[in-house]
Design a binder for this molecule. Structure first.
Ligand code: M6R
Length: 610
């Protein structure tokens, strides 16, 4: 992952770089650094182990100033988080470089450079790039040539920002496999991993394409494509707002985002429904002609977005009567799969930058899919630019690493898709009106669920000393249980697994004893009695049960069974509703554990490496 920012300007760029890093911290936050070329043409650098705040403090204590600079916030891949492994990396006080991505052949390059007399100061895969550029510049002093020569030897993914002491008013940027945009100012240019990082300084952006190399001077920008042809890339004017979301009085972004779900869902429905019917054009210009031909759906995503896909698959088969297969993007991208006729490819991503999901989409574009659709929360992301059809969830920026409102709005988007496709597969207008009513009831019903907050906070205390938890669900509540387990593990660091309740006796039951909390999702549906039998198996082994049930589910509380009767009535929206108490449970357990809720250890919001 990692976030990179760079600038060439007349003014001191350090504050721009620091602000940019703050805005990119969702991409990684284990260490950070910046380098500028100062007024004496010396490359100056500060690096810290920790977050951008720490870098800011260091910078306040001993400020750097210069018109050309690069900066980086890191999510460690090669080499532990440490000051030495933090970027920018510098070779012999001449070349400084920031990198987002992974260099796959770094070991062989390292060996070659060692033999050529280079000493390494870090364990990163990045240092070979900066050394390579330094080596190349010894034979041809032009930094652009040196970069071209060096990248021709790299395998892997890399977005790069490179500055050179000998050419202090120039910045070279490279995009291959990792995102990079150029911000266009007046007499100044910027680079960053995303648009948001640069919104305080410009609204005008150039999206580099795969393999592009940009030669950036204050007053001149030249972009080369992967074949080294000079190319014209259009300038896009962003409509995004520069304001950084605040916590609005909540203790954490995650809590704010959980509580903003009624609004996020309303926003995601707005203008998507007219006269009780779904507005198909909201999926894109060609959506209607594609949807009328769909005979199967393939969904690909990662993490929470994958769980949304699992729920959608059940809806698609049940409501739209067509087959649907869901796959984890990192598996799909490397697997030979058979594409049946008229299959719509759907990828789901909050960020629109997840490397595996993007690669899966690129693979799908080369195969015989009927069309590609991205469900995404970020309008100007790579995935939205690459997919043929796009449906934007209007959840607003999600800052907490644990995905909450993105998930529930993805489910809203997917339900709209199910009905839109179902329309061509026997779904009557009356049915459609009914489903639309269920969707429109969601914001109010989610609000009701949020009222259980205090009870869930009390329930969370029972998890304070636990190291493991099991989540159980059946049917469309298995992915809900999976999502609950993912939330708990990622923010409270409690090992949590989800199982189909019917699978319990095939192995996981061996884990159940009085110390194992078992959380069950028990809506009043056709599987309730089956689930109750599975829960008996837990009780018989003295497992502690925490059951989320409808008022009508008639699940009795006992010493070992805590029941939270939630205000939900079973219908197709129930998976969305049952997600809310599980999000709150994970949140309050993490609060008790004193965890870093919005930025859990080892994770990042946007996973741009595979
Ligand atoms: O941005 P994406 O939806 O593509 O991200 C996919 C996953 O990385 C993401 O959902 C991750 O699992 C979340 N941290 C879960 O809360």
């Amino acid at each position: 992952m990692c976030g990179i920012v760079g600038a060439v300007a007349q003014r001191d760029v350090s504050p721009i770089l620091l602000e940019g890093l703050k805005r990119l911290e969702y991409r990684g936050y284990d260490s950070a650094g910046l380098a500028v070329i100062d007024e004496n043409d010396v490359v100056q650098r500060i690096r810290v182990l920790g977050k951008v705040n720490q870098l800011q403090q260091e910078h306040e204590a001993s400020p750097l100033s210069g018109g050309t600079g690069i900066a980086h916030t890191r999510w460690a891949t090669h080499g532990k988080p440490s000051v030495n492994n933090a970027h920018p990396h510098i070779c012999r006080d001449e070349i400084a470089l920031v990198h987002n991505g992974i260099i796959e052949n770094h070991e062989s390059l390292r060996e070659q450079q060692r033999s050529a007399g280079f000493e390494f100061t870090s364990e990163t895969d990045t240092e070979v790039i900066v050394n390579g550029i330094y080596q190349a510049i010894q034979t041809n002093p032009d930094i652009l040539e040196a970069v071209f020569q060096t990248i021709s030897q790299l395998n892997g993914a890399y977005a790069l920002g490179v500055i050179n002491k000998a050419d202090p008013k120039r910045l070279i940027a490279v995009r291959k496999g990792s995102p990079l945009v150029i911000g266009v100012g007046i007499g100044e240019y910027f680079i960053a991993s995303d648009v948001f990082a640069l919104l305080p300084v410009t609204q005008r952006f150039i999206f580099l394409e795969e393999g592009d190399v940009a030669d950036i001077k204050r007053d001149k920008l030249t972009i080369y494509d992967k074949d080294r042809n000079i190319v014209d890339r259009p300038i896009n004017v962003s409509e995004l707002n520069a304001d950084v979301a605040d916590k609005a009085g909540y203790r954490h972004y995650m809590l704010k985002e959980i509580f903003s779900q009624p609004d996020a869902i309303s926003e995601s429905l707005k203008s998507r429904i007219e006269d009780g019917k779904i507005v198909i054009n909201e999926f894109g210009q060609n959506a209607d002609s594609i949807f009328t031909r769909v005979k199967a759906v393939k969904i690909v995503a990662c993490g929470t977005s994958y769980h949304a896909g699992l729920i959608a698959a059940n809806w698609i088969e049940e409501i739209a009567n067509i087959s649907c297969h869901v796959e984890i993007a990192s598996e799909f991208r490397y697997r030979k799969s058979v594409v049946t006729d008229n299959t719509l490819f759907v990828c789901i991503s909050q960020s629109g930058e997840t490397a595996d999901t993007l690669a899966a989409l690129q693979k799908a574009k080369e195969e015989k899919y009927l069309g590609t659709l991205a469900i995404c929360n970020v309008a100007e992301s790579t995935i939205t630019r690459e997919a043929e059809l796009v449906f934007l969830t209007h959840a607003g920026p999600e800052i907490g690493v644990a995905s909450t409102k993105a998930f529930t709005t993805q489910l809203v988007a997917l339900f709209l898709l199910v009905v839109a496709i179902g329309r061509n597969n026997g779904l009557s207008l009356e049915d459609e009106n009914g489903y639309v009513k269920q969707l429109e009831s969601l914001p109010g019903r989610v609000n009701q669920l949020l009222l259980h907050k205090d009870e869930i906070e009390v329930m969370a205390k029972s998890f304070a000393d636990k190291h493991h938890a099991l989540f159980l669900g059946r049917g469309n509540f298995l992915p809900v249980a999976m999502e609950g387990a993912l939330k708990l593990k990622e923010i409270s660091y409690i090992h949590a697994e989800a199982y189909a309740a019917g699978e319990l006796k095939h192995g996981p039951l061996a884990l159940v004893d009085k110390d194992m909390p078992v959380i069950a999702v028990a809506p009043n549906n056709h599987l309730l009695e089956k689930l109750k039998s599975n829960l008996q198996e837990v009780q018989a082994r003295e497992g502690k049960l925490f059951i989320f049930a409808d008022k009508n589910s008639e699940v009795e509380a006992t010493d070992n069974v805590r029941v939270l009767n939630i205000s939900a009535v079973y219908d197709f929206m129930a998976p969305i509703l049952y997600t809310i108490p599980l999000q709150l449970l994970a949140y309050y357990v993490a609060v008790i554990k004193g965890a870093d809720i919005d930025q859990p250890r080892n994770l990042a919001k946007s996973v741009t490496v595979e």
